[in-house]
Design a protein around this ligand. Structure first.
Ligand code: ADP
Length: 613
């Protein structure tokens, strides 16, 4: 693994860690939860009105602005209320729910008439409200005892979220040592003839209906709205009093009576309300609808959110690491679209996803990932630029190498052509020209060979090679070359045959030996080993020379790369020998490695696979 990929892995691991570390914040942050709620609201609005069996089971009686104008002011006087209820009684509703707080004693005869009118119905639910919160001695506002006697009392509260929207109801509200069931819940209980509700940690059961409202969430039940205001049949209270109402629509139904007049305060915002909010009786009717249709919406809890988020992190991280440009953009947009459709489908299946958290996770993973990938890319780019500059510098150096013999050739040939030169000097000059032009040819030939091998236009001429004999021949040439520095060459060569290009392999081994000579002090020893194992043949050249620092060990195989130390030395070199050796070894399907340390000598090993012919 190279240093760069190590660093890239480290940066990426760190980036994943950061995203996972901020995950709890993204899941439990209030603002992000709000975003989830808003997003789910949009989905609820988009899916439009829901078919519900409750329209046949619930009817509303609205004390609206027109009723107030004719029979007001509000609250209606108790005699009027009783009068309307007496008319309603003729329709034989199953349950009558009064979403009104009848807590203060009125004129005794009127209260008595109201109590009598309630006696006409088989089931009546009266509203109660808890005043004040836990810190300030809460108190239940209860219906008058003569009204409540023998009837059900239930709480009228909705449970608005932080943004004021009512998305759920507390099935049971406790305070001041008492607890009351919600109005809509109690109405369903009476209408279905169920016994007292059964409570477990996970749910509340009303006969066969199991409501997933957990104890840990204070029995909160999400309301699955049937549609905007007006989803249920509705009659004006004033029409009851006028005798203008069609009474048949109340038969056998749950009838919810309450105030809808604007300014009465009994209106709250819901995901489906527009402008003026939804009336209390409509919200209670939707609670009834949710229970009767068993259309429960269960929020996917923290653990589900956590697992989903981890999955999203994995997807976004993979996309960011492996994709670039337009593809990355399309992938991230696709993730968002899938998320939106998942939210839609899950609501249909009865689950509410923490879409805000998921969106935040995607943004965080993409944002942090984008920044770290950008950092990695610009580092790599900076590295590339440096390499390009170095390369340009080295090309200049090689141009200089070429120019030197050319100048010598040019000068000498000019002098020869001018004539009048003694014979001996002329011969010397011709010799110089010959030597320099040979050096130039060899240099250019080597360079071209690397390029041709790498581009594939120079193919190997493989044959069965006697490696022992080949090495002996190379060593003999090498000894001549090493004699100037009185360097010994020792060998340990096994009798091995390989399938290889003899000329190129010979060039590679000879190059390693001449390098050993060039970069070692006088009177040292070079060893050539040739050994084999089951899988490969290894040719090693070990010297007792100046060595190579670890940082340079990869780079010496690059074209034109020379150690700074050797650029200044008297040893001639171009920095392309090892690049060619490496290319030759690769073409043979092998590997070249170097073990070295400054002033401790170097050992280059060519490993060729056996039986690669
Ligand atoms: P050249 O020898 O022509 O400079 P090479 O590509 O063969 O080019 O080698 C590249 C560089 O690697 C050399 O310039 C030298 O700095 C270093 N090098 C090669 N072999 C050895 C060695 N045996 N010991 C120390 N340094 C070496």
């Amino acid at each position: 693994m190279t240093a760069i990929t190590m660093k890239a892995r480290l940066v990426r691991a760190l980036y994943v860690l950061v995203v996972v570390a901020v995950l709890p914040f993204l899941i439990w942050n209030g603002f992000i939860q709000q975003v989830s709620a808003e997003w789910n609201d949009i989905i609820v609005r988009l899916r439009g009105a829901q078919a519900t069996s409750a329209t046949g089971a619930v009817a509303l009686v609205a004390i609206d602005d027109q009723t107030a104008a004719r029979y007001g002011p509000l609250p209606l006087n108790r005699a009027r209320l009783a009068e309307g209820l007496e008319v309603l009684a003729q329709a034989h509703p199953r349950v009558v729910v009064l979403d009104l707080l009848l807590s203060e004693a009125g004129e005794p005869s009127q209260d008595a008439r109201l109590a009598r009118s309630l006696g006409h119905f088989p089931h009546v639910v009266l509203g109660a409200a808890l005043e004040g919160d836990a810190s300030e001695n809460p108190r239940w506002i209860l219906p008058l005892p003569e009204l409540a006697q023998g009837r059900s009392t239930a709480h009228v509260h909705a449970a608005p979220d932080a943004d004021g929207d009512v998305r759920s109801v507390l099935l049971v509200k406790a305070g001041s040592a008492r607890r009351f069931w919600a109005l809509g819940f109690e109405a369903v209980r009476l209408a279905t003839g169920a016994d007292r509700p059964l409570e477990s940690a996970e749910a509340v059961s009303l006969g066969p209906i199991r409501i997933p409202a957990t104890d840990s969430e204070s029995r909160l039940m999400m309301i699955n709205y049937a549609g905007p205001e007006g989803a249920f049949p509705r009659v004006r209270f004033g029409d009851l009093l006028d005798g203008a109402a069609n009474l048949t629509q109340f038969r056998d139904k749950i009838v919810i009576v309450g105030v809808t007049a604007q300014g009465s305060g009994d209106r709250l915002f819901t995901p489906l309300s527009s402008g003026i909010g939804m009336s209390g009786i409509e919200i209670h009717a939707n609670v009834v609808r949710t229970i009767l249709d068993r259309a429960f919406l269960v929020p996917v809890g923290a653990s589900g959110g956590f697992v989903g988020s981890l999955l999203l992190i994995a997807i976004c991280v993979t996309a960011i690491i492996y994709l670039r440009g337009m593809r990355l953009f399309i992938a991230l947009v696709a993730v968002l679209l899938v998320l939106a459709s998942a939210g839609f489908l899950s609501i249909r299946a009865g689950y509410i996803l923490p879409l805000g958290s998921f969106l935040a996770v995607c943004l965080a993973a993409s944002g942090i990932g984008g920044i770290s990938e950008y950092a990695l890319l610009s580092r790599a780019l900076a590295g590339e630029t440096t390499k390009r500059k170095e390369y340009a510098f080295r090309v200049q150096a090689i141009a200089h190498e070429i120019k030197t013999p050319l100048t010598a050739i040019q000068g000498s040939s000019e002098m020869i052509s001018e004539g009048g030169m003694p014979e001996q000097q002329r011969t010397e000059m011709a010799g110089l020209i010959h030597k320099e032009s040979k050096r130039l040819t060899a240099l250019i030939q080597t360079f071209l060979n690397v390029e041709r091998l790498a581009s594939g236009s120079l193919s190997l001429q493989r044959q069965d090679v006697d490696l022992g004999a080949l090495c002996q021949e190379i060593v003999e040439r090498g000894r001549l070359y090493a004699a100037r520095k009185r360097i010994q060459i020792e060998t340990a060569i096994a009798d091995i045959r390989v399938s290889a290009d003899p000329d190129l392999l010979s060039f590679a081994i000879y190059n390693l030996i001449t390098n050993g000579v060039k970069y070692s002090p006088k009177n040292t020893t070079i060893r050539l080993f040739v050994e084999e194992s089951d899988s490969e043949v290894r040719i090693s050249v070990a010297d007792q020379g100046y060595g190579i620092a670890t940082a340079d060990q990869e780079r010496i195989f690059e074209k034109f790369y020379r150690l700074k130390r050797d650029e200044r030395s008297a040893e001639e070199g171009t920095g392309i020998g090892l690049a060619l050796v490496k290319e030759i070894v690769h073409q043979h399907g092998g590997q070249i490695t170097v073990e070295s340390a400054p002033n401790s000598g170097s050992r280059f090993t060519i490993a060729l696979p056996r039986g690669n012919g």
